[in-house]
Write a protein that binds this ligand. Structure first.
Ligand SMILES: Nc1nc2c(ncn2[C@@H]2O[C@H](COP(=O)(O)OP(=O)(O)OP(=O)(O)O)[C@@H](O)[C@H]2O)c(=O)[nH]1
Ligand SMILES: [Mg+2]
Length: 357
């Protein structure tokens, strides 16, 4: 792993890449989580459990298993690993095998989709990662924000390599960087932005890139686009739910209605956390259908844990009512619409994970 000082972590941050660079950032030094009186993890834990009846979310299709094998075969040729995570779920998109793959190679951490979370969420996560010795590179691969800084950081991280080659009488060569991360986090979009043209396929679903592909960026950098990788087993179902919400796992792996219901509950649990970016009464305002609390007897019957400190919402009743208003009573279509609206940022920037203070 690269020492943060080597990445420029100890120097003033480059313009446009810091979490505070955006308009609308809170006052410097303000705690973005100050509206919350409970630990974030505890608040979200109860709220995000899929109901007892929902099937477990698992996804490890053949192409990912193959990709992982190809990836490990290519690792020896790579000088640098650029790990890409989704800024909405920086923990759920952390791969348990990453350390093993990286070994002693330099490593840059990209938090992509920076436009999809609030400035306060970026500030909270930025502090969290820096406190752990990692400098996050905040990017929006769609608009290109932060991409230039990432390119410079990658070239800097490879300078040592060329210095060693030259001292041994060899010629300098481009730094070889591997884009590594979960499906749909924006690896290919980042490559297209870096080279300023559409050289690799990038689309709004998991599993678009199917094979490894080298792309040259000027004289200095060779980028290896790779298919998204996932752990073979999703042991943490809270994280699996967030992956499903962010379209990082294939739709066949989960029950769309169950995931949409869990999303409704998660929004209610996130709403009091200012940094999460969930506007008060968001669902009622957008869909014209009020979200009422579950009465205690129903809670018991549905074996659904309540969000601590908040009345559990009657997500089922809301989905039914929203379906009758918007999708001719079709609950599945309404569930799909809600998830699509979130994925297209139509509900505003929403951070599904926040660090504990
Ligand atoms: N709003 C926003 N959209 C992004 C960003 N980065 C990528 N996208 C979009 O997200 C979708 C997925 O991007 P890809 O580049 O295909 O993701 P990937 O990581 O290569 O996915 P796989 O090849 O499936 O592993 C595309 O529609 C991109 O335009 C971003 O920073 N912000
Ligand atoms: Mg891709």
């Amino acid at each position: 792993m690269v020492d943060p000082a080597e990445q420029g972590g100890g120097e003033p941050r480059e313009e446009g890449n810091g979490p505070e660079a955006d308009n609308g950032a809170g006052p410097a030094g303000a705690n973005p989580l100050e509206n919350s009186s409970e630990p974030v993890a505890a608040r979200l834990e109860g709220a995000t459990v899929l109901s007892g009846a929902a099937p477990t979310i698992q996804w490890y299709p053949g192409h990912i298993a193959k990709a992982e094998k190809a990836l490990t075969d290519h690792l020896a040729q790579v000088d640098l690993v650029i790990e890409v995570r989704d800024a909405r779920i920086p923990l759920a998109t952390g791969h348990p095998r990453l350390r093993r793959w990286i070994g002693t190679k330099p490593h840059l951490l990209v938090l992509n989709r920076r436009d999809m979370v609030s400035a306060s969420a970026r500030q909270a996560w930025d502090g969290w990662f820096r406190a752990r010795g990692q400098t996050p590179w905040w990017c929006d691969a769609k608009a290109g924000t932060g991409v230039k800084q990432l390119q410079q950081a990658a070239i800097r991280a490879g300078e040592g390599l060329n210095a060693r080659r030259i001292s041994r009488g060899m010629k300098a060569r481009p730094v070889r960087a591997l884009m590594l991360g979960f499906p749909n986090v924006g690896k290919s979009a980042l490559i297209n932005r870096l080279v300023r043209q559409k050289v690799v396929e990038s689309a709004r679903k998991a599993g678009v890139t199917r094979s490894l592909r080298w792309v040259r960026l000027g004289q200095d950098l060779d980028l290896l686009d790779a298919p998204g990788v996932l752990p073979p087993r999703l042991d943490n179902q809270q994280a699996a739910l967030r992956l499903a919400l962010c379209d990082d796992i294939g739709q066949a792996a989960y029950d769309t209605e169950a995931v949409a219901l869990a999303f409704v509950r998660l929004l209610v649990a996130l709403e009091p956390l200012e940094a999460a970016g969930v506007a008060p009464g968001l669902l009622e305002r957008r869909y014209g259908v009020p979200l009422n609390p579950l009465v205690a007897a129903e809670l018991e019957e549905r074996r659904q844990p309540a969000a601590p400190g908040a009345a559990a919402p009657d997500a089922e009743a809301w989905l039914l009512a929203a379906a009758s208003r918007h999708t001719s009573g079709d609950g599945l279509r309404m569930a799909q619409r809600l998830l699509d609206d979130f994925r297209r940022s139509l509900l505003g920037p929403i951070a599904l994970e926040l660090p504990d203070r």
